[in-house]
Ligand binder design. Sequence first.
Ligand SMILES: [Zn+2]
Ligand SMILES: [Zn+2]
Length: 148
Amino acid sequence: MDPKNRKQRLEHLTAGYSQAGLPLTTQRRALLEVLAGRTDHPTVDQIFEELSVILPEVSRTTVYRSLDVLANLGLLNKVEHPGSSVRFDPNTEPHHHFLCSTCGGLVDLPTESLAGSNNIAFVGEGFGEVEEISVLVRGRCSTCAAKA
Ligand SMILES: [Zn+2]
Ligand SMILES: [Zn+2]
């Protein structure tokens, strides 16, 4: 990842913690560093694995709890798609995803690839107001497509 991007994400996350009045403990700081460095929408297990290299004493429960806190603060999105385990996304801007059905890789779709999709006209009864549109494109990533 672009190191500048990573730094910005880290600053955004740490600022969120202090706004919420939560002290930035060594554990929290390490967790935020792991999160800021990843754009692959890691699962709890992947985050735990990476974090336990830096902090061998950290427990899975602590990681779960901290991720929930971050999600509740709006600093992290939980990405839940059918057929895929819950993933965590530090990109909280509205965006869409591409899920590889072969390797399970989840990547952000560039907004341009769905330009205009936020203006979908809903026809029918029962749609009051649209708050969010989240599109999942399923397929094979370039790595998996090349292997096939
Ligand atoms: Zn793939
Ligand atoms: Zn994402």
